[in-house]
Design a protein around this ligand. Structure first.
Ligand code: CU
Length: 408
């Protein structure tokens, strides 16, 4: 019944297109029917698959009838299925190995460019070593698996050799992988430690930046002139103070908000990672940085970017190349939207950029925290609910102070 349904549906579609084509042909302009959309529909491929199944079933039945006829006539087996299966194993090996080669060359070309951070080189090295070892093992074991099945397929001329156990062989295939895996694990452990346990260099102190994940965006907070990001408390979250920043803390009062993650090259950056609602994944693939952002918990990731955006654009020969910050957790329906541009710039460019960023605190927040208000700006009018309501004058003062702080 199913087969019948497939055939009638397929015929109905074909006749429909034939009618369309005929109608088009009949019109004055001999327009050709665009069959493009047909090949793009899922239904087309489902029908094709069902037809293929039907074809195989028919061939299978025909072969069965042929074999039964031979049995009835007392003739030997018509098709040597052991040979057929053996040859199929051989074909599968060759096609499969070509598939591996294709995968490595075609998709292999699509991998990320060189790591743009110091520790990223170590991660790439580990990844490459693991990939080389597993590729060699994969190819050797698959050649053994399929080639043996082909070479030693059943024939009446040969009797199988009974070989149930070999202690020496078992020792080799247990100890060798154990040693290789132990080396990989220890290497991973040492690399992990080198990334997460760092001694602060007093001459090159890390720049702290707080990042908060929220459905569905990342919010950035840069420290002000003190270089310290102030404390935060979820109990202080209000419509106005969306991150719950505690502005009673002196360190919070000069903190800056930013739309773009801008970081200076060759300077350690310490990301302070938190979340407001669900678990998000702080993920910057080009820097080989990934860590969960958990609500109610603060995690840190320190890394040193080594290639500026401009240099990377030249390196990958793509003037539109951008570093990105993404969420690696499927955190909800708008998850795909959690992307931010990351810009790696020189220290000088960073100093200019940071001086232009606006503080989180505004007069509305000052009122809420009972802090002295700043003079209202004459013009332009402050945007509602955004932290842009500082006076141009205080902005200029802050700019100078920031630059002083950075020079220190
Ligand atoms: Cu997310």
């Amino acid at each position: 019944m199913a087969s019948l349904a497939v055939i009638t549906t397929a015929c109905a579609n074909t006749s429909l297109f034939a009618q369309e084509a005929a109608a088009a042909g009949a019109s004055a302009t001999a327009k050709t029917v665009d069959m493009g959309p047909v090949y793009k529909s899922v239904l087309f491929y489902v029908l094709l698959f069902l037809l293929l199944c039907l074809f195989i079933a028919i061939v299978g039945k025909a072969i069965r009838v042929y074999e039964l006829t031979r049995t009835v006539q007392d003739k030997p087996e018509g098709i040597n299925w052991n040979a057929v299966n053996g040859v199929l194993f051989g074909i599968f090996l060759i096609v499969g190995l070509y598939g591996v080669y294709w995968e490595y060359t075609v998709h292999g070309n699509m991998i990320l460019p060189d790591a743009a951070s110091e520790h990223g080189k170590e991660i790439d090295k580990m990844f490459n070593i693991t990939l080389i070892i597993t590729t060699i093992v994969f190819i050797l074991t698959h050649i053994a698996l399929f080639a043996f099945s082909f070479i030693y397929r059943y024939t009446t001329k040969r009797k199988a050799y009974f070989y149930p156990h070999n202690n020496a062989l078992e020792r080799v295939w247990t100890i060798v992988p154990a040693i290789v895996l132990a080396i990989l694990v220890v290497m991973g452990f040492i690399t992990w430690r080198s990334i997460f346990y760092k001694i602060v260099d007093p001459n090159n102190k890390p720049l702290s930046i707080e990042v908060t994940g929220q459905q569905f965006a990342w919010y950035l907070r840069y420290p002000g002139k003190d270089g310290v990001v102030g404390v935060k408390n979820y109990k202080m979250v209000t419509g106005l103070n969306t991150l719950g920043i505690d502005f009673k803390d002196k360190n919070s009062q000069d903190d800056l908000s930013a739309d773009e993650l801008v970081i200076p090259v060759n300077r350690p950056v310490r990301m302070i990672i938190t979340a407001k609602d669900v678990i998000h994944g702080f993920y910057m693939p080009h820097f080989r940085v990934q860590l969960y952002a958990n609500p109610g918990m603060v995690t840190y990731f320190e890394f040193t970017p080594t290639i500026t955006t401009v240099d990377m654009q030249a390196k990958v020969n793509d003037p539109s190349f951008k570093y990105i910050l993404e969420c690696s957790q499927v955190c909800g329906s708008g998850h795909y939207n959690m992307q931010k541009t990351v810009r790696v710039v020189t220290q000088e460019e960073y100093n200019v950029w940071i001086a232009k960023q606006t503080p989180y605190i505004n007069n509305d927040l000052r009122k809420q925290f009972k802090l002295p208000l700043l003079a209202e700006p004459a013009a332009p009018a402050p945007a509602q609910g955004t932290p842009d309501s500082t006076t141009p004058d205080s902005g200029a003062v802050r700019k100078d102070k920031n630059q002083l702080a950075l020079l220190k």
